[in-house]
Design a protein around this ligand. Structure first.
Ligand code: HEC
Length: 137
């Protein structure tokens, strides 16, 4: 099999990756995911049973505006939510205050650009603006 096209593609992604993301932000996002979000949403964002919805290829993420998701992650989320055809009715706790706006943008960007999601990144400014709007009633 000719591996050249794959290698070329890989180089493209690698170059694009270093141009558009600083490795530090990605590492910080991944670190926070692993120390916090993973407990519930699991290693690869696959979720857990009927309790924790998946983040992997989540149609909820793809169709919900970024501000709403930021506010739900920061202030918590309760009640029914349908993700990839399955209904969940649980509760996500508010994010511990030790995570600063930069941490929040890093971890949400990490989720939005991994696990098969193509939502794009969120900036620290977007997080600050979303937080000002407060909890979703
Ligand atoms: C203590 C468990 C727990 C932790 C930790 C947690 N979540 Fe959640 N998350 C949930 C539950 C439960 C729901 C569904 C809430 C509902 O039923 O409305 C949810 C829903 C979501 C949703 C919307 C539904 C979906 O699957 O697309 C997103 C996005 C999300 N969480 C992201 C995160 C991120 C990012 C983190 C880490 C910063 C995180 N969560 C940490 C339990 C958790």
């Amino acid at each position: 099999m000719d591996k050249k096209p794959f290698i070329a593609l890989f180089i493209c992604f690698a170059v694009a990756g270093t141009v558009y993301t600083s490795a530090q932000d990605v590492n910080n996002g991944k670190k926070i995911y692993n120390e916090y979000c993973k407990t519930c949403h699991q290693d690869n964002g696959q979720g857990l049973g009927v309790v924790y919805p998946p983040l992997a290829k989540s149609d909820y993420i793809s169709k919900t505006d970024k501000q709403t998701i930021i506010r739900e992650v920061v202030f918590g989320k309760v009640g029914k939510v349908k993700v990839n055809g399955k209904e969940f009715n649980g509760m996500m706790m508010p994010l511990p205050p030790k995570y600063k706006d930069k941490d929040i943008s890093d971890v949400i960007s990490y989720v939005f650009t991994n696990f098969g999601n193509k939502k794009g990144k969120v900036t620290e400014k977007e997080v600050t603006a979303a937080k000002k709007k407060g909890k979703i009633k």
